[in-house]
Design a binder for this molecule. Sequence first.
Ligand SMILES: [Ca+2]
Ligand SMILES: [Ca+2]
Ligand SMILES: [Ca+2]
Ligand SMILES: [Cu+2]
Length: 219
Amino acid sequence: MQRRKSLVRLAFVGAALLSAAPAAAVERGSARTQVFRADLRPVPHAAAADSGSDVTGRATLVLKGDELRTVLTARGLSPKLPHAMHIHGTPQALNECPSLGADANGDGLIDTAEGQPDYGPIDVSLTTSGGTSKEFSDALALDRFPVAKRSGVLTYNRRFTIPTEFAESLGQLHIVVHGEDLNDNGEYDLGPGTSSLSGAVGSPVPLEAELPVACGTIE
Ligand SMILES: [Ca+2]
Ligand SMILES: [Ca+2]
Ligand SMILES: [Ca+2]
Ligand SMILES: [Cu+2]
């Protein structure tokens, strides 16, 4: 009887150890690694309206739990300028990269707001350092986005944790790369237009800085 009691207690302690012991560590250790890819294609535009941009690229996204490594290469970008890059989309619905029909104001360009019905809101900012949130303090932090080389090639490689809701829906989201020096003067300026995001940001944002130039579905 005495022996049986202690066995029961041992079993109980053992079960308690198993369940109280590092559940998080077990979970993290067993999180499977998923690999996604995105082919980046030019956002449709009237060639004359955007000074001939033709941005293509490829991204590989390695997801383990909520930890995402993004490796991206793109070419055809305005040289020596930073390019905002985001993961866009809504987890609940399948979204698409925009077609030229999204150009609501008929200027031959699809700006960020015009493209949003297709590729959805900003979810994650692919910055090179610091915060990666969807807030404008990260999403438009041009001092923290990768800068294209003189050749127009841009590379990016960073690992960080993303919100669980986006980790779980990553295969339904998109990557959008922004920024085109429309008047080819070597900087983002207000000459070619002011972004419709300026009101929300609270200061004038050059259209050049936020213009989507490439988009790819994550699959
Ligand atoms: Ca437009
Ligand atoms: Ca240009
Ligand atoms: Ca410019
Ligand atoms: Cu974006």
